[in-house]
Design a protein around this ligand. Sequence first.
Ligand code: FES
Length: 204
Amino acid sequence: MSQKSSDNGASLSQNGTSAYTFTKEQLAEIEVLKTKYPEVQAVTLPVLWMAQDTFGHVDPEVQRLVAYTLDLPESHVHGVAEFYTQYFKTPKGKHVLDVCTCLSCHLCGGMDTLGYLENKLGIKAGETTPDGQFTLQEAECLGACGYAPMMQITNDVYVNHLTPEKVDQVLDQLASGDTPDFESIPMPLVSTTSNNEAAGGSDE
Ligand code: FES
């Protein structure tokens, strides 16, 4: 399905039903992206990111805009958006707190952390505070099991080894406009001592 552009360069879906539009600059950026991949389907991911950065979410109407812009079936864009939890299918708060409650985090107090945040924010997992500041979500494993319990903030920084004190500190930082420090995870998680050294021998 083709696109048409209004005088100010905003892109409208052919049937004009989309409430969202990309700017002229964004459409130009999308054209550049298309040249970097062998198939236009692959551009779905970065264009969904662009849309989420612009509109704050990729609800069905935004997905429709992406589909029309890339001339792809809406079902394809919908499938990609639904597959990745990092794409917000509904409007979220300014800060999205993804608390991992998968096995390792669960065993290390992930549910306690989630409960603490629910009490502190006065909402349940899946809800947004009335002031629109925080959305609280329960997340599947985020790949930082060795640093449990942990949470990710708005698809960005990881905060590891959570305690109530640390949660308080993070909420204060976010409320005052600061971004908590990213807590990097050293990889790989293997011993630097060789088997031979561990056995008391020499590597030479
Ligand atoms: S179980 Fe929480 S990061 Fe893997």
